[in-house]
Design a protein around this ligand. Structure first.
Ligand code: PFF
Length: 440
């Protein structure tokens, strides 16, 4: 039987965890959610939810994962023998399955834009029209989604290490540099300040239970928390890594990239007279317009979409990784077949989401949205919060303090504060937010 892998370097785990976290959540979803939920209030709630609830639960996943050293189901069985907690692992598998089914659709859009940027010029005037014509074209979206899934499968089948670790070291910082440059350009457009006001000056009328749940879901989504993905990654980890530090770094980085994405998008939205509530197409409509305003924009946009594709892939592989590692349950020789089998299945399940903006645009699901919206709602607003709730209860009550302290190895005061949060604050807050979203 093949040996279980471990990360090759100390930085490997942090890169992989950050790679899983930072992706479409911060760059695509955050601006579009902020835009459709009133901007600043959503931004504020997102930051609070990330720090007070997301970060401690991310740490909880790290603790459980490293303690269990297996796929989520096996780890949970090991840590709570004879009890039903391993169902949480199956639930995580279900959530990541659905997540990836629509995440890959957006991955496909990125490929579409990349191909267009390489072979055609994107310096057109009506970017909304281009986006709408792409997402409404069944063949194009399905090919995009299929190619994106093949790339994801191809990386996952060859194991967690190697190329990804090395490539992350170059690609992620480069993406960051690009964002800084784009932010500068966007901020210097005429009328840019309106966007900054939208992002940072609160309009309290948006403070509702629904916005709160959206912000909480966004925090979990963008930290990859609540589906046992981070648990699975931490299971490949050696004992020396300082989990608290890693969880903190990933959370802060995630907030920074999300805000940066907002600072790139919204000033341009207002300066160029577009709508902040554009929806899922927001970044695809706005970014090419910003590149049009930059010297050598046509070249830079190609590089940018390659970097964005990379960031998206480092997230999608973590979703497929949970499904595969749970599916093969320590039988590592089955990895390759499982990656293809599950990957293809996820693609098939994602087809209706891909067609949600064209052929199936008129199909309305419970909640009033399209199939794509429904898949997102099922995960971001139901699956992830419930998963996160269970994870925090598991870390707070099932693992003993001696066990968690042994993994955390932080200052005793920090250990105790964390325990208090996962026992009381996080679970109570999640339940209250969940209930509030129905009544206010
Ligand atoms: N955190 C990823 C992003 O923001 O793009 C999405 C994600 C990846 C969610 C992996 C959940 C997960 F297990």
């Amino acid at each position: 039987m093949k040996q279980r892998e471990q990360w090759t370097s100390k930085i490997g785990f942090v890169l992989a965890a950050a790679g899983s976290a930072i992706g479409l959540g911060a760059i695509w979803k955050f601006p579009y959610m902020a835009g459709t939920n009133g901007g600043s209030v959503f931004v504020l709630l997102f930051i609070i939810c990330t720090l007070i609830i997301g970060l401690p639960i991310l740490l909880a996943e790290f603790v459980i994962g490293r303690r269990g050293k297996s796929d989520a189901v096996t780890s949970l069985k090991k840590l709570a023998p004879g009890r039903k907690w391993h169902w949480m692992g199956w639930m995580g598998l279900g959530s990541s399955f659905i997540l990836l089914s629509f995440y890959s659709v957006v991955g496909g859009w990125i490929l579409s834009y990349l191909v267009r940027a390489i072979f055609f010029k994107l310096d057109i005037t009506d970017h909304s029209e281009l986006f709408n014509s792409i997402i409404a074209n069944p063949l194009e979206v399905l090919i995009g989604q299929a190619v994106f899934m093949v790339l994801t499968i191809w990386i996952v089948q060859s194991g967690i290490r190697g190329g990804i670790e090395r490539a992350s070291r170059v690609m992620m910082p480069l993406l960051f540099v690009f964002f800084i440059l784009l932010a500068i350009r966007s901020l210097t457009l005429d009328g840019a300040m309106e966007g900054i006001r939208f992002l940072f000056v609160p309009d309290w009328s948006y403070l509702t239970g629904k916005t709160l749940l959206m912000a909480l879901g966004q925090a979990f989504f963008s930290l990859s928390v609540g589906v046992t993905a981070m648990m699975t990654y931490a299971s490949y980890l050696q004992k020396e890594e300082r989990l608290g530090q890693s969880a903190f770094n990933v959370s802060i980085l995630n907030i920074v990239i999300s805000l940066l994405a907002g600072i790139v998008i919204f000033p341009a939205v207002f300066a160029l007279g577009q709508s902040p509530a554009e929806g899922p197409g927001l970044i695809f409509v706005v970014l090419p317009a910003i590149f049009n305003e930059i010297p050598f924009g046509a070249l830079f946009i190609i590089v940018f979409f390659i970097l964005l594709l990379f960031a998206t892939l480092t997230s999608s592989i973590s979703m497929l990784e949970i499904v595969v590692s749970t599916g093969i349950r320590n039988k590592y020789e089955r990895r390759k077949r499982a990656a293809w089998m599950f990957g293809i299945l996820i693609f098939i399940v994602g087809i209706p989401s891909a067609l949600s903006f064209g052929l199936l645009a008129d199909v309305k699901m419970p909640g009033g949205g399209t199939i794509f919206d429904f898949a997102d709602m099922l995960t971001s607003r139901i699956g992830l919060p419930i998963g996160a709730l269970l994870i925090s209860i598991f870390a707070g009550y099932v693992l003993t303090t001696a066990e968690t302290d042994d993994e955390l190895r932080m200052h005793p005061l920090l250990n105790r504060s964390w325990k208090f949060i996962v026992r009381f604050i996080a679970p109570i807050a999640i339940v209250i937010i969940f209930i509030a979203s129905f009544i206010m």
